[in-house]
Design a protein around this ligand. Structure first.
Ligand code: PAF
Length: 281
């Protein structure tokens, strides 16, 4: 497995593969990979002739008071995981390589980014769309893979590639959880033992919400209230949002008459975690 650090080399590699008629799968990541990422890499390897994992902590998707500086990084461990999962290339550019002096073009989106994390993290999806647009242009994949844990991000990328008529298939992969149900996230490393125990209630509340939904006679407000009641009893947990939205547009809905996303963002201590379940109609 090769580690490529420049845009020109990555573009040349992708062009050479294309000239040979090989298909390319891309897994965009910010590194500090976990089992969720491994599932994406394995899928990219099995669906495509060549698989690229990008590892780039993208500064422009972090707000000023967010964790860009302390975001966990471990390229050696990431490289071992990618090699073991069968990836061909890690694309690991520097900030200067991705955003050289004079850089001033951004990709933005309305509607799908308006609620949930888009509302709570102004500028976040502008940063995500811009970097993903660049990564798709650089690695020229036939397919790209994203986790369902970041459900709004997945919806945003699907919408962006459709709106810009991009020749790439976007695949969402199921949330991978720890044995006790905590959704895997690079940010779980920030949690103390007590915070980790409290964080489990996010999944517990969502699982309960799914059960209530499947039992059949609850409405949106009841389901949301159930989650809020579960989480608000925990001193180290501060709810950022509990929302039920259309699974594709991420717009608020009033009745459960179509597939919906039930999504939670909460601070556990200082760590902001997100998780969700799909309420399939
Ligand atoms: O999900 C992430 O890790 C990031 O938002 C992504 C898609 C790699 C863009 O920086």
């Amino acid at each position: 497995m090769e580690i490529i650090r420049t845009v020109s080399e990555m573009k040349a590699k992708a062009a050479a593969w294309k000239a040979e008629g090989l298909s390319i799968g891309l897994v965009p990541t910010m590194g500090f990979l976990h089992e969720g990422h491994r599932s994406l890499v394995k899928r990219a390897v099995s669906d495509n002739d060549r698989a690229v994992v990008s590892i780039f902590v993208n500064p422009i998707q972090f707000g000023v008071n967010e964790d860009f500086d302390r975001y966990p990084r471990d390229l050696k461990k990431d490289a071992d995981m990618c090699a073991e999962a069968g990836a061909d290339v890690i694309f690991n550019p520097s900030e200067q390589e991705m955003y050289p002096a004079g850089f001033c073009s951004y990709t933005d989106m309305a509607l799908v980014t308006e609620g949930l994390c888009g509302a709570r993290r102004p500028g976040h999806f502008r940063g995500v769309c811009t970097v993903v647009m660049k990564l798709l242009n650089i690695a020229a994949p036939d397919r790209a893979y994203f986790g369902q844990k970041d459900a709004q991000q997945l919806a945003v990328i699907k919408r962006m590639t459709r709106d810009f008529n991009m020749d790439v298939e976007i695949t969402g992969m199921p949330i991978v959880r720890e044995a006790d149900g905590l959704a895997m996230s690079s940010r779980n490393t920030y949690l103390s033992g007590d915070e980790r125990a409290a964080a489990l209630y996010i999944n517990k509340a969502l699982s309960e919400a799914l059960r209530i939904f499947r039992d059949g006679d609850a409405d949106i407000q009841q389901i949301k209230r159930h989650i809020e009641t579960t989480l608000s009893g925990l001193p180290s947990v501060k709810i950022d949002y509990v929302e039920i939205v259309d699974a594709e547009t991420m717009q608020a809905i009033q009745t459960l008459d179509r597939s919906a996303l039930c999504a939670v963002a909460a601070y556990v201590g200082k760590t902001r975690l997100i998780d969700n379940v799909v309420l399939e109609v």
